[in-house]
Ligand binder design. Sequence first.
Ligand SMILES: O=c1ccn([C@@H]2O[C@H](COP(=O)(O)O)[C@@H](O)[C@H]2O)c(=O)[nH]1
Length: 237
Amino acid sequence: MSDTARQTGLIVALDTQDPAQAKAWAHAVEGVAGVIKLGMEFAYAAGFQAVADVAGQRPLFLDLKLHDIPNTVGAAVKALSHLRPRMLTLHAVGGAEMMKAARKACDEAFPEGERPLLLAVTVLTSMDNHALAEVGVPDDTRTQVLRLADLAMKSGMDGLICSAHELKALREALGDKPVLVTPGIRPAGAAKGDQKRVMTPAEARAAGADWIVVGRPITQAADPAAAAAAIAAELAA
Ligand SMILES: O=c1ccn([C@@H]2O[C@H](COP(=O)(O)O)[C@@H](O)[C@H]2O)c(=O)[nH]1
């Protein structure tokens, strides 16, 4: 698929501990965000009933980044199935067996055609080459992303979480099939915060992202609805 033909969607990360705040943000980005993302901070603080309440009928990206032994991850996937997420994350460094266990659990626990996209986190967008070296990986982020991406796709994953910097290399290596989801997105001039491998929405779309994930540049803006609309317009331009 050519990059100009690709439609890149916006996922908004609702990172808060407060259900009322999450609901307000979800409402503010209604019609602009294709998917809302709830992750560890919200689920641990507010609980899974609150996850279900905030999501309601909205497409839900449940970003729990599962990483444990295969039996535990498989059981966790089954335990989450009542939430009917559209997307679910796990860490590729958990290994092939762990990812295959997650896929098997999905196939068993979800009705036909309703299982979530399983997205393998490659190298967190908050990490650079130095951070990788600190955890014992001598290769650069791009090499490590490509290595884990190959393992993830061979283990039944539907797509990958990566930074926009790796998109072109991933498309060259893996083609159009993987769903590529990129956090670490910053509109021009926005603060990077703890993110290291960042790109703008337009750059990520041009590089081949299926979805971009944006949190603080929207949720911490004076007008979250306007900030989300501006990013959606940048993606559509
Ligand atoms: O590599 C990763 C994987 C997940 N995330 C998540 O995306 C959002 C980004 O939020 P911002 O406020 O736009 O930085 C956040 O929920 C992370 O948990 C990521 O950033 N990088």
